[in-house]
Design a binder for this molecule. Structure first.
Ligand SMILES: C[C@@H]1N[C@@H](C(=O)NCc2ccccc2)[C@H](O)[C@@H]1O
Length: 450
């Protein structure tokens, strides 16, 4: 073990209520919105092949042109309540909203820079409107904040000269001021989702970030911050020099997912996912693969089955409209959630052997167990290998509890559930299974001591 002053503050999961609530969300919504939505991945009639929110870094976009775009930002179709209502129908339990992306443009009227919504034709506080709207829908609000800030003179990716260092000190105080300002203006905030912390300059700031982390957490008790914020004494992020995770959950799964529980290392984690291959901000010409609702549902279920949360990204356009492809997917996923969210909310990993037909999830409160089916076996036989001494006593469809499914027990304690759906559901479905160990099993209620 290496002695660290700024390493992991805790070993193992946080057990307080705000973190348990976070752990039980299952599904979240990411919103990437800002000035980059105006060009939408094009400039001067040319197509930008990168991620739309990075267009300022493209040689086809002169910095001076980009840095004046905010003077046109006037999203006349923006309706915070409509966005929050759509998120509710999607079934999202929390939302992560970009307050400031790498370009440094602030969607709130920050007093620490002029590069904010207050100095656009729109003028009004976008973050305030969204926090209020999502709160009204009962959706917890988390704020995305980019440490990278291409607009601030003091931001540096690496510190070479003395001037870099003195400028960077100004940038560090600016960053601290903006974060305190955000938590002061929006005390409903449940957590901060930091991004853009991979620079060498930031990785040298272990003690400053440690102190800032502590200061922010003291402002809002229970505040949740992931592993993409603090560097340890040696500049490691996510995991310190002893391999212990820093922060409250692992934030490394961006557009990718773990495949096994071993890769999760017993930590909480989120997967943040784009609908196209790699576009977070609005791009008017999505190229490559656009995920279907069934692909997104399988990612969501896989995340929950491996004890994580799945956060689906939406990139509204320059006028504040959520594009039709995203609206359609939100509706499709939401319809599936209306029927099947019992296997998602408050659910997590069940340590039974993964089977080809799909994923197990279990409710952390009731211990109820679910089989979420994506691959119907031609045989109609669903194999379940339980733990020693655990037998399956009942199996039925979540959306048709009256239809009990037949169960065969093999000699080596495997259970074969038979189900040949007449209607071959064209979408994933859920089976509920009851075991001899379940409190909620009707027979057991009489067997348990009074
Ligand atoms: C959540 C996304 N993160 C931003 C990004 O720059 N990702 C690229 C990246 C992803 C992982 C490690 C380093 C860099 C994207 O612009 C989105 O905001």
């Amino acid at each position: 073990n290496i002695t660290l002053k700024y390493g992991a503050e805790r070993i193992g999961k946080r057990t307080d209520q705000p973190m348990q609530d976070w752990r039980n969300y299952g599904l979240g919504q990411f919103i990437h919105w800002g000035v980059y939505a105006i060009p939408g991945g094009h400039w001067n009639g040319k197509y930008y092949a990168g991620a739309a929110e990075w267009i300022r870094s493209w040689e086809g976009m002169p910095n001076e042109a980009y840095d004046n775009l905010y003077k046109e930002f006037n999203p006349k179709n923006f309706n915070a309540n409509a966005w929050a209502k759509q998120a509710k129908e999607l079934g999202a339990k929390y939302v992560i909203i970009t307050t400031k992306h790498h370009d440094g443009f602030c969607l709130w009227p920050s007093e620490y820079t002029d590069y904010t919504i207050a100095n656009t034709p729109y003028k009004k506080d976008i973050i305030g409107a969204l926090v209020e709207a999502y709160d009204k829908q009962g959706i917890d609000v988390y704020l995305y904040f980019s440490i990278i800030d291409w607009n601030h003179f003091g931001y540096k990716s690496k510190l070479v000269t003395d001037k870099d260092r003195t400028d960077y000190e100004v940038f560090k105080e600016f960053t601290r001021n903006q974060l305190i300002e955000l938590l002061t203006r929006y005390p409903e905030t449940k957590g901060l989702w930091f991004d853009g912390t991979w620079d060498a300059a930031w990785k040298e700031q272990a003690s400053y970030v440690y102190d800032l982390d502590k200061e922010l957490r003291e402002m809002i008790p229970g505040l949740i911050i992931g592993s993409r914020f603090r560097p340890d004494d040696y500049g490691n992020r996510h995991f310190d020099a002893n391999g212990n995770m820093m922060g409250d959950y692992e934030q490394g799964w961006e557009r990718k997912m773990p495949n096994t529980i071993e890769e999760v290392h017993g930590n909480d984690w989120d997967c943040v996912m784009t609908i196209p291959e790699n576009q977070w901000g609005y791009h008017s010409d999505w190229r490559g693969h656009v995920k279907t609702s069934n692909e997104l549902i399988e990612m969501l279920v896989k995340a929950v089955a491996l004890d994580g949360n799945f956060v689906l990204n939406f990139g509204p356009d320059g006028l504040g409209t959520i594009r039709k492809e995203e609206t359609k997917l939100a509706k499709q996923v939401g319809e599936w959630m209306k029927v099947n969210s019992t296997a998602i909310y408050n659910c997590g990993y069940l340590d039974w052997e993964k089977q080809d037909w799909g994923y197990f999830t279990t409710n952390r409160i009731t211990q109820e167990k679910y089989m979420v089916v994506f691959n119907q076996p031609i045989s109609g036989v669903y194999t379940v290998k339980t733990k020693k001494g655990v037998s399956i006593e009942k199996a039925y469809l979540l959306d048709n509890p009256g239809l009990e499914l037949s169960i065969e027990k093999t000699y080596n304690n495997e259970f074969l559930i038979q189900y040949n759906p007449e209607n071959h559901p064209e979408e994933p479905f859920v089976m509920v299974i009851e075991t001899n160990k379940d409190q909620n099993n009707s027979d057991n209620q009489y067997l348990q001591p009074k």
